[in-house]
Design a protein around this ligand. Structure first.
Ligand SMILES: [Zn+2]
Length: 280
């Protein structure tokens, strides 16, 4: 069984099935020793249910709460099975409802919360912090007693997370990064990739990276109009796994939507795609 104790009473678990090429496997977290809180649940796989079963087997332990950072299938996959087997209180942000509905998972949510909310855990109070951007109702979970931040897909351990339509919003994403920058954090535990031991540096690099991409988009458009596809080709060729070009294109579209909201670019329909121009 793949599991790792981060600090006493905090387990980091991962899904077992291999992710699609170019993607990273999801991690999720189990807090406490009696009344357990689960943050996310990975892919829909029997392994996850079995793992949690093994943790619960020993004593009078129970799975009290499951909080979803967001509703994508690599985080919310097995909630039907977890609900049936362990009956935890399953919580998600109200703003994430459409995402979960599209995946036919909304009916397993017991409690929808708005904005920030606090929940009890044996490691201390857990602050659920609204951090939209990767998806509309994305949240992080902050454990002030240990200065640990569970970042879901807002911050991943390596590389960058995907921010683009239909669920993503780059402007909101950048604001969420600025928001968590203000928290006193010594360790970030992401939904993908390794733990982050130097949160301030990692966050600084991430913000810089996004600003660089935005600058590149503006630079390319200053030489003439382009479609998201053309821009992605210019920016990402040689940088990413070929399977990820479609994702890169959507990420570029995320930047373009932000720039359009800020009236720095404008677009016209060009066949199936949109052509973007720099605003004079
Ligand atoms: Zn994910």
């Amino acid at each position: 069984m793949k599991r790792e104790e981060v600090i006493s009473g905090l387990l980091r678990l991962s899904s077992e099935s291999p992710p699609p090429p170019g993607w990273q496997k999801p991690y999720f977290y189990l807090l406490g020793s009696q009344n357990l809180v689960l943050l996310d649940a990975g892919y829909r796989e029997q392994n996850t249910v079995d793992k949690i079963q093994r943790v619960l087997e020993h004593t009078s332990r129970r799975l009290k709460t499951l909080v979803l950072t967001h509703g994508h299938m690599d985080h919310a996959g097995p909630i039907e099975e977890l609900s049936k087997n362990f009956s935890p209180l399953i919580m998600a942000s109200e703003a994430e409802r459409p995402v979960l509905e599209r995946r036919n998972l909304a009916r397993f949510i017991d409690q929808w919360f708005k904005d920030d909310v606090r929940i009890e855990s044996e490691l201390g109070e857990l602050e659920i912090i609204s951090t939209p951007g990767h998806s509309p109702g994305h949240v992080c979970a902050y454990l002030p007693a240990h200065e640990i931040l569970f970042t879901g897909d807002l911050v991943v351990g390596e590389g960058t997370s995907f921010v683009g339509p239909p669920d993503g919003d780059m402007a909101a994403y950048m604001q969420s990064l600025e928001r968590i920058k203000k928290l006193k954090t010594r360790l970030m535990l992401p939904g993908h990739g390794p733990a982050v031991n130097d949160p301030a540096k990692h966050l600084g690099e991430l913000i810089k990276h996004r600003e660089l991409r935005e600058y590149q988009v503006l630079q390319i458009l200053s030489q003439g109009p382009g479609t998201p596809h053309e821009l992605a080709q210019k920016i990402y060729t040689g940088l990413i796994h070929p399977n990820l070009y479609r994702v890169a294109e959507i990420t570029v579209l995320g930047h373009l939507s932000k720039l359009e909201q800020e009236a720095k670019v404008r677009s016209v329909l060009d066949g199936d795609s949109k052509k973007y121009f720099l605003q004079p």
